[in-house]
Each structure stands twice: as structure tokens, then as C-alpha cells.
Write a protein that binds this ligand. Structure first.
Ligand SMILES: [Zn+2]
Length: 305
């Protein structure tokens, strides 16, 4: 089996000023994977910015125009992220990255975008720290190009995947599953399956509920799974009060990723949120997710570099 794809762009990092979102995490996770010998620098796939026709499969032309010109309008102003042309481009490149990863997953079984997971973005509305919903764009591109009909988005971020849920609300082919802290941002949309957890929920309860939810995902018979692997259910996260440990988060990743892999469903990792008090903890959680994914495929030459 070919080696899993690792997708990343230096453009995932841009100047967002002083912000709780640790945008430097992407480069750090990639560096960790290289240092561990999981991927060689020359193997990392550099995505192109998503073309406008791909973005239009999810987003409205007016909204994309606002982004392109970094215009503050009712559509963009509700974001909690500044907006400059450079920042807008970061999200467009991230959508290109998740789309590239999704394409690669079809032939390689597993692909990791060391970026992405901007699940709060709606078709015509920014939300949270998200402008372009890369998960939704990737699914729509694969459908348009005839690669898949049925897909699933498994969202294990602390926060509900409200934008993704809304984009696919009337689409029976795309199963959206979000497991998240209930009494927290955002105002909830309706996914195909939502599991809202109480504050203080720990590893055992989380993984038990996740395993139950995943049964519904597998029953949908998706031809690809996009995984939003937010690091923010972590016990020391600044934005939430779920209580998952490193081990619990790794068990979570394994349930989703091995679950898909064992069922021969191509699976794509995106990183999503993560606001641990210590940046190193967020990087460790994301790196661990990537390791679980990359090590599903048993390739003899791993680490030989
Ligand atoms: Zn989050």
C-alpha cells in the first residue's frame, strides 16, 4: 500500500496579530513529524489555493468577494478573526490542502492535512475563527468530480461543527457527526448526529459516546471520512471544560481513524482547534493524531531517512 499523504503549506501561517489561535502550530506539528522520521521533507505535498469554482460549491459569490477584498460586511464581520487579504488567502489555501488530502486518501487510504478543519464557516457567513469551510469544500469537490457519492464528516473538536452541519443539512449523502461540549459556543445547528457533552466529561465517557456515534457513521456506508481532530477537548484547554487527557485523545483518534481504515474507508485528518495553555501541549496532541493516522498503514521504509 502506498504511504499516506502529508499535506502542508507554509501559507497556513500568516499574521493574525495577538490572538488566542496559535497559528504557528501547523509548522511545529510538521516539524515534529519530520523529526520523528514519519515523513521526509520532500514527501510533503504542497497544496495549491482552492480555485474559486471549488469554493463556489459551498460558498456564495458575494461572500467570496468580501473575502477576496478583505471587506468587513455583515457576512464577514461576525468572525472572531481579523481579515486581511493574506488571512483570507490562508483559508483558501487550507481548503486547497484538505481537498488535496481528500483526493490523495482515495488512492492511499490515509491522508493528513497538517492544517484545516475550519468547521464553523457557513456558505455565506464567517463564524468563530473560520472563513472557508475546507471540510465541506473537499467533500463537494470529490462529489462533483465523481469520486464519491456518500461521505461523512466526523467532528471531535470541543466546539460543534455548526457550519458543516448547516452546509449539509439537506444532503442525505453526507453524514455529519459532531461530538462536542454542549454549553459552549456556537449556537448549535443540527448535524445528522450531535452528541453534546457536559462540562467535565473525561476520557471514558467521551470515548464510549464516540464509539456509539461512530456506529451510525459506519452504517451510512461513507466512501470517505473527513475527520476534524480538534485538540481542544483537552483538559488544559483555555476555551472549554472537557477533560480529555493525552491518552484519551489518542484513544479518540484511534476509534475514528482505525475504525475507518479497518472498514476500508479512505480517511482524511484535519487539525481543527486547540488552545491549550501551553502551545507544546496543542502541538503534541495534533502530532499524536497524525501519528495514529500515518501508522495505520504499515510501510517498511518509514523512518529510513
Ligand atoms: Zn474548537
Amino acid at each position: 500500500m502506498p504511504r499516506p499523504a502529508v499535506v502542508h503549506s507554509p501559507e497556513y501561517q500568516c499574521d493574525i496579530g495577538l490572538h488566542v489561535f496559535p497559528i504557528e502550530k501547523y509548522a511545529r506539528v510538521l516539524r515534529a513529524l519530520i523529526d520523528l522520521g514519519e515523513v521526509r521533507p520532500e514527501e510533503v505535498l504542497l497544496p495549491a489555493a482552492a480555485p474559486r469554482e471549488d469554493l463556489l460549491l459551498v460558498h456564495t459569490p458575494e461572500y467570496l468577494d468580501d473575502l477576496e477584498h478583505a471587506r468587513r460586511t455583515p457576512r464577514t464581520a461576525c468572525s472572531e478573526m481579523p481579515l486581511t487579504p493574506e488571512i483570507a488567502r490562508t483559508y483558501v489555501v487550507a481548503a486547497g490542502g484538505t481537498t488535496r488530502a481528500a483526493r490523495e486518501a482515495l488512492t492511499r487510504a490515509v491522508a493528513v492535512n497538517v492544517g484545516g478543519g475550519f468547521h464553523h464557516a457557513f456558505a455565506d457567513l464567517a463564524s468563530g475563527f473560520c472563513y472557508i469551510n475546507d471540510l465541506a469544500v473537499a467533500v463537494r469537490v470529490l462529489q462533483r468530480d465523481g469520486h464519491v457519492r456518500r461521505a461523512a464528516v466526523v467532528d471531535c473538536d470541543l466546539h460543534q461543527g455548526n457550519g458543516t452541519a448547516h452546509v449539509f443539512r439537506d444532503d442525505a449523502e453526507v453524514f455529519t457527526f459532531s461530538i462536542h461540549q454542549e454549553n459552549l459556543y456556537p449556537v448549535k445547528e443540527t448535524s445528522d448526529l450531535d452528541i453534546g457533552l457536559e462540562s467535565g466529561t473525561g476520557d471514558q465517557e467521551f470515548c464510549g459516546r464516540l464509539a456509539e456515534g461512530l456506529e451510525q457513521v459506519w452504517a451510512h456506508r461513507p466512501e470517505i471520512v473527513l475527520y476534524q481532530a480538534g485538540a481542544d477537548p483537552f483538559e488544559d484547554d483555555q476555551l472549554g471544560s472537557l477533560r480529555l487527557t493525552f491518552a484519551g485523545l489518542e484513544a479518540r483518534d484511534r476509534l475514528v481513524l482505525a475504525g475507518a481504515f479497518e472498514r476500508h474507508i479512505p480517511v482524511v485528518v484535519t487539525l481543527g482547534g486547540g488552545y491549550a495553555r501551553r502551545l507544546a501541549d496543542t502541538v503534541r496532541i495534533h502530532t499524536q493524531t497524525c501519528l495514529v493516522a500515518l501508522r495505520l498503514v504499515d510501510t517498511p521504509d518509514r523512518g529510513a531517512a
